[in-house]
Design a protein around this ligand. Structure first.
Ligand code: GLU
Length: 362
């Protein structure tokens, strides 16, 4: 099996990012698997110069190694173009997903009896002329993590007024490309969060695969890359749980279009998020907890690793420990302790277990 680190070089990594990196590394290396590094720099406006080098330096510093050269998404545009072209001529209601005897712990699609009526004859990938403001105005208020479900305006335009769509394209109107979601539930068994099921049309909605500025969207490139790189073991933050359903669907469509028929379904482990003292998810702009700030204050790699291991429930206290010394712990316990207690974790400066250097920083 093959695992991967997939950091976005939009800033220096913080304790939450490092916890995810440690989890991914342990999952792969404890089983002697291959580990790849992919720098997710496709969203160029968010990329900070040198952040890729800081990431590699911080991974090195913690003793988290990878195999081969890092892969940069910004250098793979041709691959994404090719993948997009395999969707040419496909319709949203071609069912690519077979219902089979599904081995446990693998994602699968289950097609419901009815095809959503407006899926009929809609191309799998269609142009969307909506601005963000249009979408906000036509949508129900966002909930939870702010995942916005596209209200389907341009899907209906495509169905009802294909001539107008052609005209607008010929005129060069600014548009993104969306992938149409069928009325299918995607289920998978997450190693930490257990059985998951998402209804693609209702929980996810038609999703952008190429933005109106011409850049490919995260969900599409991650799926193309994981498939092309042979990644079949994915460990990342639980904010991406529902993205897994979308990525499973895109992956199935890519495989059905002949991009890789031998590909196994990946195994997934999503890990809880780490919140700051105020209960908000750690962000890269919170400089006090980033690796640069911690390292310059003399915090050691073993101290950081100990906190990450404690956040992953691999240790009862955040004692310093080297990453390679955690391999045996992970081999013995795996995801079991985290599965039993997977609520997001708040870094509370009043927690007597929190080491001084961390309590001072939060
Ligand atoms: N690059 C994404 C991030 O930093 C992670 C993507 C993934 O693990 O699929 O949030």
């Amino acid at each position: 099996m093959t695992g991967r680190f997939a950091p976005t070089p939009s800033g220096r990594m913080h304790i939450g990012n490092m916890t995810a990196m440690l989890a991914a590394w342990l999952d792969s290396r404890a089983r002697g698997q291959r580990m790849l590094l992919r720098i997710e720099d496709i969203d160029t406006p968010r990329v900070l110069p040198d952040a890729d080098r800081w990431i590699m330096d911080d991974l090195d510093w913690l003793g988290l190694d990878w195999d081969g050269e890092p892969v940069y998404q910004s250098q793979r545009i041709d691959l994404y173009e090719q993948a997009l072209r395999t969707f040419d001529g496909q319709c949203a209601d071609d069912s690519p997903i077979e219902i089979d005897m599904v081995p446990r712990e693998t994602p699968t699609g289950v097609r419901s009896d009815d095809v959503a009526p407006d899926t009929a004859r809609i191309p799998l990938v269609y142009p969307c002329f909506c601005s963000r403001a249009d979408i906000r105005a036509a949508s129900a208020p966002q909930e939870g993590d702010g995942f916005q479900i596209y209200p389907g305006t341009c899907r209906r335009l495509m169905r009802d007024r294909p001539d107008m769509v052609r005209e607008r394209l010929a005129r060069g109107d600014r548009h993104s490309l969306r992938i149409a979601m069928p009325d299918i539930a995607v289920s998978f068994d997450d190693a930490v969060f257990g059985p998951q099921s998402f209804d693609l049309a209702h929980d996810i909605g038609d999703s952008v695969i190429r933005r109106s500025d011409g850049l490919f969207g995260y969900q599409f490139v991650v799926t193309v890359d994981d498939l092309a790189m042979g990644v079949d073991s994915i460990v990342r933050g639980r904010d991406l749980l529902h993205s897994t359903a979308l990525q499973t669907y895109i992956r199935e469509r890519l495989i059905a279009a002949g991009r890789d028929d031998g590909a196994a379904h990946p195994a997934y482990a999503h890990i809880p998020l780490i919140d700051n003292a105020a209960g908000r998810r750690l962000a890269k702009r919170e400089r006090s907890l980033d690796m640069g700030a911690l390292r310059s204050r003399g915090v050691t790699a073993a101290q950081v690793t100990g906190v990450c291991a404690w956040l992953l429930r691999l240790a009862e206290t955040p004692e310093p420990i080297a990453a390679h010394d955690l391999l045996d712990v992970f081999r013995a316990d795996g995801w079991k302790p985290l599965r039993a207690e997977h609520a997001d974790r708040r870094l509370d400066p009043d927690d007597p277990l929190l080491p001084r250097w961390l309590a001072d920083a939060v």
